[in-house]
Structure formats: C-alpha cells, structure tokens
Design a protein around this ligand. Structure first.
Ligand SMILES: NC(=O)c1ccc[n+]([C@@H]2O[C@H](COP(=O)([O-])OP(=O)(O)OC[C@H]3O[C@@H](n4cnc5c(N)ncnc54)[C@H](OP(=O)(O)O)[C@@H]3O)[C@@H](O)[C@H]2O)c1
Length: 282
C-alpha cells in the first residue's frame, strides 16, 4: 500500500500510462480511469509491474458520456477514503468533426467530462488536503496548442470548424479550468495546475488527417518519449509544494517550471465565465 493516492484519466497509453508507472515507482497507490474494461485491466497489470507493493485499481468511463463519468465517480467515492492527486490527462486531436448535444466531441470529453469528474471528486480531494500531506493536487493536461484557442467558439456548433482549432479550443479550456479551479478552491486544501508536456511520441495525433497529420508523422522520431513527457505531471504530483512555488497555484507549467501564457482569452473573467457555463453539466 502506498502513502498517497493518484487518479489518472486516459491511463492506458502514452503520457497517462507513463505517469502512472512513474508515480507507482514513487509509492503512490493508483486509480486508473480508462475507456474500456479490457484497456483498464491491461494498464492495471503494467502499472502493477512497475511497483508490486502499491495498490492499483481501475474504473471505466468515457469522458464524452457524462452518465458513465457519474457512475465511475460514484464508485470511486464509495471505495476510496481520499484522493491526493487527480490528473486530468485524457485528450485527443479529433480525426473528424463529431458533436455531442451540439458541442464538439473532443471539447465535451476533454473539458466537460473532466470538469464533471473533478467536481464529483472534490470532497475526496479536500479530505486528502486536510491531512498532513498538504493540499491535494489537480493537474490538467493542456498543450502549447492553447495559443490557437478562442473562447468565442466554446459551446457553439460550428459545422466547418477546423480540427486543429477544435483541439486548440480543448487545450485552452483545460488551461482556463486549471486556473479557475485554483481560484475557487484557494484555502480549501486543493491546488491546481495545467501542463504542456512537450511534443511526445504517443498515440496522440496518429489519427490527425491532412497536412498537420503528415507533419506529425514526419516529426514523430524526434519527439520526446512518454517517460520524458510525463516528467512535468510527475513533478507537480509529487514534488514538495515549496519547489513548485506556493504562488504558482493555477499556473501553466512546462519542463517542470511555470511559463507565461500568451492568449488574449486567458483572463480571470473568461475563466470564471467558462466555469459558470460548464457548471450545469455537473
Ligand atoms: N503527445 C503530445 O505531444 C502532447 C502534446 C501536448 C499535450 N498532450 C496532451 O496529453 C494528454 C495525453 O495524450 P497522449 O499524448 O498520451 O495521447 P494518447 O496516447 O493518445 O492517450 C490519450 C488517452 O486519452 C484517452 N481518451 C481519449 N478520449 C477519451 C474519452 N472520451 N474518454 C476516456 N478516455 C479518453 C485515450 O483512451 P483510448 O485508448 O480509449 O482512446 C488514451 O488513454 C492529452 O490531453 C493531450 O492533449 C499531448
């Protein structure tokens, strides 16, 4: 049994799996949230191999299906006494435009699914934050692609939306959510960060069509390994708060250091607007 518990979404491949293994090696118990039973079971076996001494559980949910997210959160709440770290990692570049309730599906999964999950686990996180280990941590995988995101496109059905901008919007939403979560939970035993992992050789982008897809396949051999890409998430999950910097709560990190952000839509007002607009989905 480990000393702390971390939950990771999209834990069956790429960065999620590498992060889970690295945290297991640091004596974290792990809860893996995966889309299917088969993927969950395979990931559980692989993470357990990284450290047989910790407890590794898995739950299934599709983040684009909020009923499945609520079911998984209900089970996690009844089976886990507390949660020290939540890593909202799952995400993808859409290969085609699909809509759920008139909202682009990758935004639905990546932002709304994680927003609902985080809300439903907030009491577990606050409980962990009240003990001697210090505040619980919520880490949201964003990307440098946040630069191309625009809040004016959020929650709107745009039938000719470029797939690249769809992904940029997801990553801007992840960054704004992390920032607003930090503000709303300040002093309540929870801290929150967003992460750019670098360009990492994972399943990410393998479905991307067109010129961007071709550029990504050419660039793949030069990308970081998942282990290297996972380092910032692992740092934020496990480093003493002093090394992260208390004033960096809500910040955007890459290579384990806080980075400035450059997008006119990153403001307190827009972050608060996104929060209020997403709250009815919980
Ligand atoms: N790789 C990079 O260069 C890079 C750069 C910047 C940011 N990121 C971010 O890093 C995160 C992890 O990506 P990765 O590179 O590790 O890609 P990956 O290998 O494709 O892993 C993505 C994970 O997300 C899961 N997922 C996707 N949609 C889901 C849904 N609706 N419900 C539940 N799980 C879902 C996938 O599950 P399935 O196996 O079931 O599809 C998979 O486990 C993403 O948020 C991505 O945007 C990656």
């Amino acid at each position: 049994m480990g000393t702390k518990t971390a939950l990771i979404t999209g834990a069956n491949s790429g960065l999620g799996l590498a992060t889970a293994k690295a945290l297991a090696q640091r004596s974290f118990d792990l809860i893996l949230l995966c889309r299917t039973e088969q993927k969950g079971r395979a990931a559980q076996a692989e993470v357990q191999k990284a450290n047989p001494a910790v407890t590794v559980n898995f739950f299934t949910a599709d983040l684009a299906d909020l009923d499945s997210v609520r079911r998984a959160a209900g089970l996690i709440n009844t089976q886990s006494p507390k949660l020290d770290v939540l890593i909202n990692n799952a995400g993808y570049t859409p290969a085609r435009l699909e809509f759920v309730n008139d909202i682009e599906k990758s935004f639905y999964a990546s932002h709304i699914g994680h927003f609902v999950l985080t809300h439903l686990l907030l009491d577990l996180l606050k409980r962990a934050g009240a003990d001697a280990n210090g505040p619980a941590r919520v880490i949201s995988l964003s990307s440098g692609a946040y630069l191309g995101g625009r809040t004016s496109r959020f929650f709107r059905r745009i039938d000719d939306l470029s797939l690249t901008f769809a992904y940029c919007d997801d990553k801007l939403a992840n960054l704004l959510f992390a920032r607003e979560l930090a503000r709303r939970t300040a002093g309540q035993g929870v801290v929150s960060y967003s992460v750019h992992p670098g360009a990492v050789r994972t399943g990410w982008g393998t479905d991307t069509p067109g010129i961007i897809g071709s550029v990504l396949s050419l660039a793949r051999p030069f990308m970081r390994t998942p282990e290297k890409g996972a380092q910032t998430s692992v740092f934020l999950a496990s480093a003493p708060l002093k090394s992260i910097g208390e004033r960096n709560n809500g910040g955007y990190f890459s290579d384990s250091v806080p980075k400035n952000t450059y997008n006119p839509d990153i403001t307190d007002e827009k972050a608060a607007w996104l929060w209020e607009k997403t709250l009815p989905f919980v």
